[in-house]
Design a protein around this ligand. Sequence first.
Ligand SMILES: [Zn+2]
Length: 225
Amino acid sequence: MENKLAVFEVLNSINVNDKKETKKSGKNELAYLSWAWAWAEVKKRYPEAQYVIYKFENNLPYVYDELTGYMVFTSVTIEGITHEMWLPVMDSNNKAMKSKPYCYKVKEYSTEGYFTGNYIDKTVECASMFDINKTIMRCLTKNLGMFGLGLYIYAGEDLPESEIEEKKRNTADNVFSDIPKSYNCSNCAKEITQAEYAFSLKNFKKSLCRECQKLEKEKNTNAIK
Ligand SMILES: [Zn+2]
């Protein structure tokens, strides 16, 4: 048991910050460890360490499912402990790649960060052997993470920046889920734009046209005086 704990402690104590590669893809930034470096660090300390890339039908290193896409599987054994890892083949937006390109829609946001009501088409390209190979190497590196090596960089790895932002926005959408199709000032009933409505809701907690926003501001300032 002492020995088993030691593997994790040894590998977990290695600072990987210098070896962290970040890949920027659009708004996403993903952190990677180089497989060659990670494996070398392990082998230096545990020369008997071994890894397995699982092969399936026709000796192919992946499982493919029409609905969910490609998945690769690896295992690593160090000092008699084996951990398995699996990883779907994903594009830079963390969307599962399939044997054919496919489209999906994302919400369009205004520069102020409000959902415009429109959707943008995005395409996920089909996966190639290059993508599968890349995923296997990432899977192996992540597999080493199970032994402690660079584990901390995987903490938020499955969620790129843009998706974290999107989650926040969705929460904001939920707050405003009762937004009607057309917007009117609650004071003078004048029709207002969605941007004005959103701005007003955020700043005045109610729907106001620009004029009434000014009045409200004056009222608030006077109240403070
Ligand atoms: Zn008004």
